[in-house]
Design a protein around this ligand. Structure first.
Ligand code: NAP
Length: 497
């Protein structure tokens, strides 16, 4: 039974007004470390709410487009300050609703403020080109313009940093936004929208609708006023969304991963183990760039596995608020069941469960979705646990005999988001960089983690093959280009000198 005392109800933001859903219904955001705790109550929006939000964004667009870029930047800077001012409160709320450790939540909120500042500044640099013209009476140049209404749909695993890396460039470029967060993490999404609203964004520039994808998804992406849809989430949901987006709207999707860490025989094994643990188990394995396959050369396989298990045994699992926990709960019940299912699938496929993989539900863990990180050995590359995204703390160790086979195995999945190699051999590093099918390529680093000022995105089924997110390149998605041929009359002078 959920605790029912003092639960605040949060509203949608539509046309600058905090509003209730026309459905008259709400849903609860639950703490995954203690499912008896309701973190907040949110609007169960339906099609009517979505249409109102899109129409208000459409109405606000011409005026927002005309606002001076430096004024738009000022508002983003102010929102960054507001996030930083509330950092401790917001980090705690994020941990309560998503489960990650308080340290990770603090980092995420801080990073979100940095992203707002980054795009406040980059928005001032949106520029076209001037081009040489064969015709001396024609001046040719390109100019960039905002698109209009952008729909933003995001997952729960980075519930503020992913929304902000879409919303900030969209706004900086002069677009208006309709934002639907994941239903598991609406509170921290609300805080972001609140900061933008309080920073002075005009009515209708940012609109916020919470509620299940089944009620809101189709209108959010198929309304004729929507000019772009940016989505991060599972590949399956991405495929569904793509079917509903109009031909006239552009689309950008960041999707699933099955990221490999290759450990060569010359690797510093202690470093390799740290990279595997950080990449595979931190954030409870719930990172799209998380390490889920470790491909190890046979000369060092046994030593690596021994060290990996020893290190996994030292990890502290617990409530992210405790300050001691290194690994929090899974984000929801379906995540827990998914991980436990894959542990069973791996065993049924004949892989050896060398460590962990069991639910922890005694004592202080009784009301949470806790699981012990799992390590599988004896994994064949064609097994489901080596092919399918699990999105939990499960590492499959695959033994290989030669370097080229390691690359082949790493590439033999439908995803291509992030990949890393651990070696000190420069030539094999370079071969890996050239031949790995992955949008993010790391050398002696974790598969997780990305800088806010560089492009981010995957290959194959991990991303749409169009626009990159993050960094300066992100602005390409939020602007279209016009090519202008500006005719100039030849001047007639009254004197010949
Ligand atoms: P999800 O189930 O795909 O949901 C993501 C978001 O999409 C949620 O807001 C969800 O709403 C909404 N949604 C789902 N189906 C929809 C539809 N048909 N139409 C419109 N909206 C729809 O993903 P998740 O479980 O939240 O997140 C985990 C997944 O995200 C993993 O696959 C992970 O790899 C991926 N991810 C990728 C990246 C990246 O950058 N590549 C980063 C982070 C996560 P509801 O919450 O209401 O269902």
């Amino acid at each position: 039974m959920a605790i029912e005392t003092a639960i605040r109800t949060f509203k949608n933001l539509i046309g600058g007004e905090w509003t209730e859903s026309s459905s008259g219904r709400t849903f609860d955001s639950i703490n995954p470390a203690n499912k008896t705790e309701v973190v907040g109550r949110f609007q169960a929006s339906v099609e009517d709410d979505v249409v109102q939000a899109i129409e208000s964004a459409e109405k606000a667009f011409p005026a927002w487009k005309a606002v001076a870029p430096s004024k738009r930047a000022e508002m983003l800077y102010k929102a960054a300050v507001l996030l930083e001012t509330g950092l401790e409160q917001y980090a705690e709320e994020l941990t309560r609703e998503e489960g990650k450790t308080l340290a990770a939540s603090r980092m995420e909120v801080k990073r979100s403020a940095q992203t707002l500042r980054y795009y406040a500044s980059e928005g001032l640099n949106i520029a076209g080109d001037t081009l040489p013209s064969d015709d001396p009476t024609t001046f040719v140049y390109t100019k960039k313009e905002p698109l209009g209404v952008v729909t933003v749909i995001t997952p729960w695993n980075f519930p503020i940093s992913i929304p902000v890396r879409k919303i900030a460039p969209a706004l900086a470029a002069g677009n208006t936004v309709v934002f639907k967060p994941a239903s598991d993490t609406p509170l921290i999404a609300f805080r972001l929208v609140e900061a933008l609203h309080n920073a002075g964004l005009p009515a209708g520039v940012i609109n916020f609708v919470t509620g299940s994808a089944s009620k809101t998804g189709v209108p959010l992406v198929s309304h004729p006023a929507v000019k772009a849809v940016t989505f991060t989430g599972s590949t399956g949901a991405g495929e569904n969304i793509r079917r509903n987006v109009r031909l006239s709207a552009r689309i950008q999707m960041e999707l699933g991963g099955k990221n490999p860490l290759i450990v060569l025989e010359d690797a510093d094994l202690d470093h390799a183990v740290e990279l595997a643990v950080k990449g595979g188990f931190e954030l409870t394995g719930q990172a799209c760039t998380g390490t889920s396959r470790v491909i190890v050369m046979e000369q060092v396989h046994d030593a690596f596995v021994e060290k990996l298990i020893a290190r996994a045994k030292t990890l502290t699992i617990g409530n992210g608020l405790s300050g001691e926990a290194e690994i929090g709960p899974l984000a929801n019940e379906s995540q827990l069941n998914n991980v436990l299912d894959y542990v069973a699938i791996g065993q049924a496929e004949g892989a050896e469960l060398a460590y962990g993989g069991e639910r922890i539900d005694e004592g202080e863990y009784a009301n949470g979705y806790f699981v012990r990180p799992a390590i599988f050995t004896g994994v064949r590359p064609d097994m489901r646990i080596a092919q399918e995204e699990i999105f939990g703390p499960v590492i499959s160790v695959i033994r290989v005999k030669c370097f080229k086979n390691a690359i082949r195995v790493a590439n033999d999945v439908e995803y291509g988001l992030s990949a890393s190699i651990v070696t000190s051999d420069y030539n094999r590093m370079q071969y890996f960089i050239d031949h790995i099918q992955s949008g993010i390529v790391k050398v002696n680093r974790t598969t997780t983690g990305n800088a806010l000022n560089v492009p981010f995105g995957g290959l194959k089924m991990s991303s749409t093959a169009t626009f990159r997110e993050s960094g300066r390149e992100a602005l390409d998605f939020y602007t279209h280009s016009k090519t202008v041929y500006h005719g100039i009359q030849e001047l007639k002078f009254c004197c010949s000198k």
